[in-house]
Design a protein around this ligand. Sequence first.
Ligand SMILES: *Cc1c(COP(=O)(O)O)cnc(C)c1O
Length: 466
Amino acid sequence: MELDVNTFRHRSWAEPWKVKMVEHVKMTTYEERKKAIVDAGYNTFLLRSRDVYIDLLTDSGTSAMSDRQWAGMMMGDEAYAGSENFYHLEEAVQKYYGYKYVVPTHQGRGAENIISKVLIKPGDIVPGNMYFTTTRLHQELAGGEFHDIVIDEAHDPESEHPFKGNIDLNKLEALVKKYGAEKIPYVSMATTVNMAGGQPISMANLRELRAYTQKHGILIIHDMTRVAENAWFIKVREDGYQDKSVAEIVKEICSLTDGATMSAKKDALVNIGGFLAMNDHGIYEEACNLVVVYEGLHTYGGLAGRDMEAMAIGIGESVQDDHIRARIGQVEYLGNRLLAHEIPIVKPIGSHGIFLNAKKFLPSVPQINFPAQALAAAIYLDSGIRSMERGIVSAGRDKATGDHYYPKLELVRLTIPRRVYTQAHMDVVVESILEVYDQRNRIKGFKMVYEPKYLRFFQARFESLG
Ligand SMILES: *Cc1c(COP(=O)(O)O)cnc(C)c1O
């Protein structure tokens, strides 16, 4: 007997794994949630996780590890120097990403700190496809000035451009003309663009960027936090890639760049870890000089041996087609259900979460009253689901004028941890958002009553205006 095996497109995205262990979560009452969110100054980052039912704050470090990764944890070689697990990590980075040298760091920002200090001189210009909070801060602390060169569509939540992470080469050219290529050490290129809603860059755009930067002697440093997710979108959206595997596409992306910072807490399926990778030996040497100051020896970089082992195994799992298909399939399931009810979300649906358009959800709350912050708090109050603000609070203040940045995108991010929640959990999320949407006129916005100096969204406190 033979069946037609070409059924790929007809099957649902169901997970390529089954559950082996469960973690209980608390179901709270409205009164308990009311007290918790007031105590937290209406900032979902200040909630205790025990008061949260479905935690969609972030996909960072919240993945469920596989049985193989847990088995790897038992094989930790906790030698101070030359741990076996470091060499496994190095092999995984070389095999799956193709970079020559790797320096482990405790997480992504550890790598950002080091590469910024190595490559940026005071007064330098660092262009990138939209800012990321920690990335830009490290570039600024090193004396650089970040310039956004993402295409305009990325700032428009309604635009259905399939590659909203693309770089506008005219914007890059304008910077080169104005400041000179020698003032631009590298382009900071992210796969996918987190702040735009998990939007991918296309291979065609990356190739053009590569050609242009090579001509001008500018490096490309790759923020490869979600590179496998970006590769999936290239596979399904870009001509010529349908028959390539995610692993092949990931390697091709990396081959068009000079180095990378990685938050392994995202794509690479670990609870802690990251690395800096590069092909140039001189940059590697400089990075080794700095890693001992900020992280630890160059063969552990602030991580236990067992963490590096879990990361090495997670990297291999993260580039499997079945894994990414289910991961993004779940995100799309949630997004499509919300779209069916005409809830305003960023389109197309991105890789790691659903982004509610708070400007449209709460049109009567002005941006200065933090609509996205207020919406995230309201969703928590309704159901115990934790999301986070990605709008004016996250954008922070202009260093020169001291005024808020007023980003076009005022979003609430519902980030989906990898391999953690079920389709029924996603249904509860939809129910809660519909409930809050029905009651949106009760949400009046906030005023900020405490503002920390750096990355204020983590610890700011608010009072409700009604
Ligand atoms: C999370 C993240 C980082 C920073 O990594 P950490 O591990 O949180 O320090 C950098 N860039 C992007 C795009 C991220 O999502």
